[in-house]
Design a protein around this ligand. Sequence first.
Ligand code: ADP
Ligand code: MG
Length: 703
Amino acid sequence: MSKLLNTPIEYLKGVGPAKAKALRKDLNINTFGDLVEHFPFRYIDKTVILPINRISDAHSEVQIKGKLMRFSHEGTGRAKRLKATIHDGTGSIELIWFQGASWMQNWLEQGKTYLVYGKLQKFRNRYSIPHPEIEAVPSLTQATPLSSLAPMYPSTDSLRKKGLDAKGLRRLTKALIEQIQPTDIPETLPQYLLDKTKLISRFDAIKKIHFPASTTEKNQALNRLKFEELFFAQLRAVHRKFKNYREIPGYRFDVIGDKFNQYYNDILTFDLTGAQKRVLKEIRADLKKGRHMNRLLQGDVGSGKTVVALMSILMAIDNGYQACMIAPTEILAMQHFTGIEEDAKKLGLQIAFLAGSVKGKKRAKILEALSLGQIDILIGTHAVLEEPVVFKNLGLAITDEQHRFGVEQRSKLWRKSKPNPPHILVMTATPIPRTLSMAFYGDLDVSKIDEMPPGRQPVETIHFSESKRLRAYGIMKEEIAKGRQVYVVFPMIEENEDLDLQNLQRGFDLLSNEFPRPQYDISVVHGKMKAKDKDYEMQRFVERKTQIMVATTVIEVGVNVPNATLMIIENANRFGLSQLHQLRGRVGRGGGHSMCILMTGYKLSKEAKIRIKTMTETNDGFVIAEADLKLRGPGDMEGTRQSGDLNLKLASLVEDEKILAFARKLAILIIEKDPQLILNENALLRKHIQTIGRKAQGWSHIS
Ligand code: ADP
Ligand code: MG
């Protein structure tokens, strides 16, 4: 960074110690350079003056020009306000002041022409502009020079009090930007990339992102800076991936052995799908190469990832290694454990479960057996990563990532085996959108299970509001009469636990009335029950002793009852999209027609409407994941809470998919041609990788 940009912020004209302190504290702006990188979050478009009769709901802010016709005072006391009518020949609009009314009235002159800018408000179908920016201009006919796009900067209350609102920050930034020279903003992209991409220089981009003369300039600047962010993240990921191929040795699993064959021939009760076979081949190819595997396994709910995981585990075991599988929550880990336990025992393998809840002697025994190699498969939570957990020879680690594991956790996993790190297979619980997979797993090889086991039919999904409750009960009765079973799911969140439990109880009472014994029987399962009682209730349902299972989201993970063909989701509007998709995945497993009814009240938020509509329109987990990403933004998406080294200031994983894909393509081309970035033309890129590598304290090789 140049000397100028390294200057402490208090030396900027107009800042001083008090403002500097607030800038540091509130916005982490310490130097001139930090201010330069405090980018606008939007722009006010003052390039257009809108005829008043063209104002519509499409505008949130408008700039108009017209003659001030008349004033009026309305209301009394606190409700007192000043109204002024502006006319521009096409129509008229009212300006309103709630504060400073008398001062405004003194300042404004009837009959004069004004340029007015402000937020549009609509009341009883009439537009008005409260507290506009307003300035007198020569006359109605004379052309007024158009000002440009005005940047708006994020600010805070305490900064605003010190005069550093969006406008104040604009003033400071303007003064600073006028001082900087091309040498202050060194180029970070090689010239050949600038030529190829037709992007503007970093210096130009920095100037133009703050003060664009036009929308085109603003977009040029944004494109350049977004590309840079995404490109360097991809370059790091792709570089890491190639480095893996070249440098990191892995255990060689040469044989397909007894356990694998025994499982495949004698235990597996169904044929693998083509997709499962393909994915297993991809994994097998990795494992026999003698280099470290780093692979992502993606597949929709119910696509059969568990079998693939287990068969990979058997490859490790047949070659004399241990394997482990880690899930983000104890419930999920337990689900994997119960899913695999029976088969493992049939194969004569030792399998153990380790989580925070496993304590004392039991834990000590497991740890000892593990270090002696007496346990073949360890399934658990993050507890597996803790220091005292020592394997004899861990050959394969599988993570089931509902939330992405942090870099630190991965490095712990990495150190669980010597001399080589264990092979890594990352499974995602639900599909993740393309952009997220590129951004967060860009250094992994990807395997996709893109085919459902045979007999699966899309689950017909419909939306009922309260008035159709009886109809829903009718459908339940029809299904039960056919010998089928039904889930009724209630939302349950921690913050609202008491109310949610009451709801569930009320729902259960209603159902008990509608479906009385002895003709019907109902299971209830919720998170507040003892594990023993839960198991008992679930077991009754599994054994078809009950026809209806009333449950909270606990069944989201857990039961597999192919005979259940109908799911009713109560208060469906309260569930997230991927949660709804996961839930729905519990039916439609037995072949034959299945159905999901989303029950809601009448009033729905805009987002809830989109969620419900998406669910009724598609069964495709990838489509649903994309919709979820658009609704919630990547920050809230499951699987992206930890963004690792992805520090995006401008680029958005929702809106900038094209730029991201382009950046990734270029990064791959460059690394393929020059894997270690030793060519002269890539000097700048090499420098970037080295600097970041040092910052990451040697973690850069960890996925
Ligand atoms: P997920 O990918 O969601 O983890 P699972 O591995 O839990 O899916 O598989 C869902 C269900 O499908 C399980 O009951 C499993 O036994 C079954 N299954 C998996 N693969 C096949 C297949 N090829 N044919 C038939 N059923 C399968
Ligand atoms: Mg699963």
